[in-house]
Design a protein around this ligand. Structure first.
Ligand code: ISE
Length: 339
């Protein structure tokens, strides 16, 4: 029968995954949802036949109908849900951040290793995006020469009022941390954060935008503009500068019209739209692997590495200083790095 999935947390991302599992991805069904907001859990459960609603993640995960767990609650709630899934040895797709800090991420790595095989895929969905996949292949093929720099732009229309300036690093730039590691096959060794005088309104409270710079152990430099309240659209762009050329993805594409002396097109308004196909592919591959008894894709190690870089980023943001990243050695359990 289909894989019974418990979706933990049904805010924007979780509710979208419920819709995806129910209507887009084959081979799975949403057997249970959990949310601290019981009304929200019930409202989402009512959209799916035979789906039970819970307020306690552990209760949903304990249901005999549940064979796999998708965690889409806020980062600080992840460790507890992961433990409950590990107790039943279930495959997990955990949205980023794996956990909010490297110490808790390390506990997750240790608990997973005790189970003896990978159980966690982390939701770094850009790895499933057609443009990012193509860029990685282009860099790996080597025709452009060695990558020297990445120029990244990450702009949101706006973020929730509960967003903090630390979250610019831990929730937004976290994606560029993973993309950098994945595109270059290198680890990030130091982070620096620079800021212009902030814009007004919500941008001012967040000190938004900011410029985040990574150094890698392969000698590459990466700059990331994070602009969480840019107001006009959702834009995620990466340009690789290599020895013999450049490659750029994430420019607005789609239809361009020309009329009355002007030309124009549309800018996506959010990540659900821009990365819709990537989320579909990510969840489909997770479900297919889970049905074979496997877990593939970005691992808990990748989640830990990003937590470690995020900690350095938050310190760099607070102190204005270049901050080295502290990380443990990659355990053999997670296989060799790409280098
Ligand atoms: C959000 O949490 C995400 O994960 C999106 O992918 C990211 O682009 C956005 O900036 C975050 O707020």
């Amino acid at each position: 029968g289909p894989l019974g999935v418990a979706v933990i947390g049904v805010g924007t991302m979780g509710a979208d995954h419920v819709r995806r599992i129910d209507g887009v991805v084959g081979g799975a069904r949403v057997a249970a949802v959990a949310d601290v907001d019981g009304d929200r859990a019930r409202a989402v459960a009512e959209t799916v036949e035979g789906c039970a609603a819970y307020t306690e993640p552990a209760a949903a995960i304990a249901s005999p109908e549940v064979d796999a767990v998708l965690i889409a609650s806020p980062g600080p709630a992840h460790e507890e849900a992961l433990s409950a899934a590990f107790e039943r040895d279930l495959p997990v797709l955990c949205e980023k951040p794996l956990t909010p800090d490297p110490d808790s991420a390390l506990r997750v790595l240790e608990a997973e290793q005790r189970l003896g095989r990978r159980r966690v895929q982390v939701g770094f969905m850009r790895r499933f995006d057609a443009d990012y996949t193509r860029l990685r292949r282009t860099l790996a093929e080597g025709g452009l020469g060695r990558p020297l720099m990445l120029h990244c732009r990450h702009r949101n229309v706006s973020v929730h009022p509960y967003f903090t300036r630390e979250m610019l690093i831990t929730d937004c730039v976290a994606h560029e941390m993973d993309s950098t590691r994945w595109l270059l096959g290198q680890e990030i060794t130091a982070v620096t954060v620079l800021r212009p005088a902030p814009g007004s309104g919500p941008s001012e409270a967040l000190d938004d935008p900011q410029l985040v710079i990574f150094e890698t152990d392969g000698g590459a430099l990466v700059d990331v503009e994070i602009f969480a309240h840019c107001g006009f659209g959702y834009q995620v762009r990466t340009e690789a500068v290599c020895e013999r050329g450049t490659a750029r993805i994430g420019d607005d594409h789609g239809m361009v019209t020309r009329t009355a002396g002007r030309w124009g097109g549309e800018i996506a308004q959010g990540y659900l739209e821009r990365f819709g196909d990537a989320y579909d592919r990510e969840v489909r591959l997770w479900v297919d692997a889970a049905r074979r008894g496997e877990v593939t894709g970005p691992s808990a190690w990748d989640g830990y590495a990003v937590a470690a870089v995020s900690r350095a980023g938050v310190v760099a943001q607070a102190t204005g200083r270049r901050t080295p990243v502290e990380m443990i050695e990659r355990p053999a359990f997670y296989g060799p790095g790409r280098r």
